[in-house]
Design a protein around this ligand. Structure first.
Ligand code: PLP
Length: 459
């Protein structure tokens, strides 16, 4: 907090050792949530047989649940680290203690390939206690294989970084993405000078695995496949396990854009919808959606921390060798930005306050509200429902309206300042889109919205 005393813009935030410690704690927690050790074992286990491994995995899953429930408890360590700025050793010791559940689940993981394995020691902590950010003087710690995560400005930057890491790992990489992918993915390929992306059809709103198989079979590699968990149009989740299997078969790298759907990780009820997520090399999360953060709150989770060596960079005024060797954390190699906002702080505060289960119950609430809204539409004689929501996006349209009318209704509500509805084209028709993200939205609000749309639609 001394950084604030000297400069109220907080622009020295990223140079404070306490801030680095906090970011390290937060990112390792989010990485462990995204790539739970048990899920990594699930992925590595061959599809055929191994019932014994399955029961071991079940046991690990219990441990992983504990590990992912840890943010709230461990954030106490983070909190201490902030208060005792300058005495990182104390914070680091705290991390070690908090990391205990993970150390326990790491025992039965010899079935996992080394790069998916769990840390030989607590996340973000090194036995000498001198480095907490996982990026060493040489950019890597060969002994540290725990998944890591980067704080970004949003889903767009996370996708850009995912493509950059793929390009650096396999020069010449070509992006293959579904027609349902977020626009920022092909744009990132353009920005990074990568080959023109290949678009795989998504006729029902999700990436078609047969078409992906064909593309992977016929196009020369290396490939980066980008799948989506929580599509922009309908909030659908691509068939992740099938896509992961195809990537493994064809030796393609997998990125999953879970900017929207990644929030389901917090919920015990909805997390199973993300099965297969942990097979990805990189995963985009965006906590200004299902995470209730003000922007910016992007995360890129990275399964193999060695991938981050590509971002290693030195600028003497920020991370001189002697400073890094003396144990000053180095965030420069964890971002393409230089001066960084204190975005990690607000996310850590939310996790500490609500815990994983607290955020999870907010996720459950908005998903339940979306179900309710869909039902309301389905029972309404004048409206047509696109489908039951997978997450919290509901698509609907006035039953007899033309596309032009649907577009005009949306525009009228927008310009009159009455309602901000999205739009999506699916099945060759234009739909109104409501993405429910406010847990305080009530049944009355939903009925009022429907009434408003009905009243704005010319008969
Ligand atoms: C929101 C979103 C993005 C972009 O995130 P920003 O934070 O707006 O940059 C990318 N992909 C998907 C699937 C999204 O839902």
């Amino acid at each position: 907090m001394a950084t604030n005393t000297l400069n109220q813009s907080l622009d020295s935030w990223d140079q404070s050792p306490a801030a680095s410690t906090l970011e390290s704690l937060l990112t390792r927690q989010l990485a462990a949530l995204t790539f739970p050790p048990a899920a990594a074992a699930d992925t590595a286990a061959p599809a055929a047989g191994a019932t014994e491994a399955t029961s071991a995995t079940a046991a690990q899953a219990a441990g992983a649940a504990e590990a992912t429930a840890a943010p709230a408890a461990e954030a106490e360590g983070a909190d201490t680290a902030v208060q005792t700025a300058g005495s990182r050793a104390a914070g680091a010791a705290r991390v070690g203690a908090g990391g205990a559940p993970r150390a326990r689940v790491s025992e039965p993981t010899p079935t996992v390939t080394p790069s998916h394995g769990t840390a030989p020691h607590a996340p973000g902590t090194h036995t000498d206690g001198t480095d907490t950010d996982g990026t060493h003087t040489d950019g890597t710690d060969p002994g540290d294989t725990a998944p890591d995560a980067l704080v970004t400005t949003g889903g767009t930057e996370s996708n850009q970084l995912a493509l950059l890491l793929a390009r650096e790992a396999h020069p010449g990489t070509r992006l293959i993405h579904g027609a349902n992918a977020h626009h920022s993915l092909p744009r990132a390929a353009w920005l990074l000078g990568m080959p023109d992306p290949v678009v795989v059809p998504a006729p029902a709103g999700t990436l078609d695995p047969a078409a992906l198989d064909e593309a992977l079979t016929h196009l020369p590699g290396p490939h980066l496949v980008a799948a989506t968990a929580g599509t922009t149009d309908a909030g659908l989740i691509d068939p992740l396990p099938e896509i992961a299997r195809l990537c493994e078969q064809h030796h393609a790298r997998l990125h999953i854009d879970a900017a929207y759907g990644g929030g389901l990780l917090f919920s015990d009820r909805h997390r199973p919808k993300l099965a297969g997520l942990a097979s990805a090399a990189t995963i985009t999360l965006d906590l200004h959606k299902l995470g209730w953060q003000p922007i910016a709150a992007g995360i890129l989770a990275v399964r193999d921390p060695h991938d981050l060596a590509a971002l290693h960079h030195r600028a003497d005024y920020l991370n001189a060798d002697d400073d890094t060797e003396a144990g000053i954390p180095d965030l420069l190699g964890r971002s393409l930005r230089t001066t960084r906002r204190a975005d990690a702080l607000k996310i850590a505060v939310t996790l500490k306050t609500l815990g994983r289960t607290g955020i999870g119950s907010l996720v459950d609430q908005v998903c339940a509200r979306a179900e309710e809204f869909a039902e309301m539409i389905d029972h309404h004689p004048r409206f047509e429902l696109y489908d039951r929501p997978t997450i919290s996006t509901v698509l609907f349209r006035p039953r007899t309206a033309t596309d032009d009318t649907v577009a005009a209704v949306r525009r009228t509500l927008l310009t009159d300042g009455r309602a901000v509805l999205g739009r999506a084209r699916l099945d060759g028709r234009l739909w109104l889109k409501a993405t429910l993200l406010n847990p305080h939205t009530g049944t009355g609000d939903l009925a009022a919205l429907l009434h408003l749309v009905e009243g704005t639609t010319p008969r």
